[in-house]
Design a protein around this ligand. Sequence first.
Ligand code: ADP
Ligand code: MG
Length: 268
Amino acid sequence: NAPHPLPTTTRVIAVVNQKGGVGKTTSAVNLAASLVRAGARAMVIDLDPQGNASTALGIPHHADVVSTYDVLVDETPLAEAVQPSQDSEALSGVPSTIHLAGADLELAPLERREFRLRAALEQYLAAQDEPVHYVFIDCPPSLGLLTINAFTAATEVLLPIQCEYYALEGVTQLLDTIQRITQHLNPALSLSTVLLTMYDGRTLLSKQVVDEVRAHFGDVALQTIIPRTVRISEAPGFGQTVLAYDPNSPGALAYREAAAEIAQRGAA
Ligand code: ADP
Ligand code: MG
């Protein structure tokens, strides 16, 4: 429970994998909650129309809520969409609503369509009295305009990889996309972190995926691996992070360890 070193400027981390169900939302929410428990202030921006991050943070996201849709499409100030989470005073969230499902098409003709989240976030962060140390952007399972808005707003990409069949499928396309973003839209962006998720120590397959990912990504992959546990999957049903739901469970401890690694790397 030792406090982590805090970054001097906000670390904006896009949690991306164009595959669904690999642990993007679970990781965004539980890493943010872990960092908060070690002394940071954090925010999660929900960019997935499914609103799973909003659910896990206990933040309402029915159709009438001011959300990331309004921020991106109507330039509503981010401050009007930010809400406190149920998890902790130091963890806030920006909900998404079902309106976001059509946002890719609505954004397409708009001015500076790739930079709308970045503009909103910069304005919001500049107006805060207290620093926000970490912003996690929970992306939808695609590489469309919503994810591109996350890529331009962020300086880091965190890639969750599920310890399952076809773990590395699509990774080449993702890396190519990141490269194009750094060339044309955001030179500051890099893949800083790979996090292995849903590890099942009883299966040979899980071990093989760990080896394959370590061979492919080296030190970009965190040492900590997130185990597959029922507690992690139960927590969102209670509008909670696993840190609040069962703080001493193996899943909660794994996310805290992963968060500590992320904090240490930022300090280095
Ligand atoms: P994504 O955001 O990439 O679609 P999620 O984070 O929503 O993926 O995870 C997909 C599903 O797997 C969810 O039902 C979630 O609760 C479950 N899940 C994620 N991580 C774990 C884990 N470590 N152990 C068990 N279930 C998990
Ligand atoms: Mg998700």
